[in-house]
Ligand binder design. Structure first.
Ligand SMILES: O=C(O)COP(=O)(O)O
Ligand SMILES: [Mg+2]
Length: 237
């Protein structure tokens, strides 16, 4: 089975980079500065995925949806920002990320990064990890009015790179990615090692899963072999 895509978009946190250790460290420093108890890294990891505001709110309340007091949230935001900036760039790529991006780039795919992380964090992180040069476009959580699970970021990338959504794939680690890809009409492939709110991915809702990104290469039809005007279909080879 090979997917006929020209554009491969990658989620950042939990897919390309293992950012949870630095996020947990910054969140715990924030909690301590606010006189609150620290949280286990696994709990903080389960709060990643819907942007930094939700992450901070979840850390403050210990709940996925509850709203903290506004004054507390206002105090927490700059603390988190400063603590995260100090160590964010220590995050490392997951196994297989660099060779997979090298190979896909060589084969002629358009590559993009689409994350709910704010731009101020995203670009330095990608640069420090040596990944920035692989991507035609990087769209962050605050680059556009809406972010994943809304399809806006994905559709924006497709439009700018002149690729139909049905010729594009999102590779992600979470339900947020799956929903965004479905809403955009893109293929979606997931990795199992990320931060899907502490849950396993529902494999019935995705086009394929890979253990690590190097497995993507054999799932994709090299773009040079693609004919024009393909429908969103999977070719059986
Ligand atoms: O910042 C987040 O909450 C998650 O970012 P991601 O979209 O790269 O997983
Ligand atoms: Mg993610």
């Amino acid at each position: 089975m090979r997917f006929q895509v020209k554009l491969v978009m990658f989620d950042l946190d939990g897919t390309l980079l293992d950012t949870a250790p630095q996020i947990a460290e910054a969140a715990n420093r924030m909690l301590v500065a606010l006189g609150k108890p620290m949280l286990p890294q696994a709990q903080i990891s389960s709060y990643i995925g819907e942007g930094v505001h939700k992450l901070i709110k979840r850390c403050l309340t210990g709940d996925m949806e509850q709203e903290p007091e506004l004054a507390l949230f206002d105090k927490a935001q700059p603390l988190y920002h400063d603590f995260y900036v100090a160590h964010a760039n220590d995050s490392q790529p997951f196994a297989g990320v660099v060779p997979a991006l090298q190979q896909l780039k060589k084969q002629g795919y358009l590559l993009a990064c689409v994350t709910n992380k704010p731009e101020a964090f995203t670009l330095p992180l990608l640069q420090k990890a040596g990944l920035a040069g692989f991507f035609e476009m990087v769209v962050s959580g605050d680059s556009l009015p809406k972010k994943k699970p809304d399809p806006m970021q994905l559709l924006h990338i497709c439009q700018k790179l002149a690729v139909l959504p049905a010729e594009a794939m999102l590779v992600g680690d979470s339900e947020t990615d799956i929903q965004a890809a479905h809403a955009a009409g893109c293929f979606v492939v997931t990795v199992p090692y990320g931060y899907n709110q502490g849950r396993a991915i529902d494999v019935a809702t995705v086009d394929a899963t890979v253990q690590q990104l190097t497995e993507l290469v054999r799932l994709l039809e090299p773009p040079a072999l693609l004919k024009q005007g393909l429908e969103k279909t999977i070719q059986i080879s």
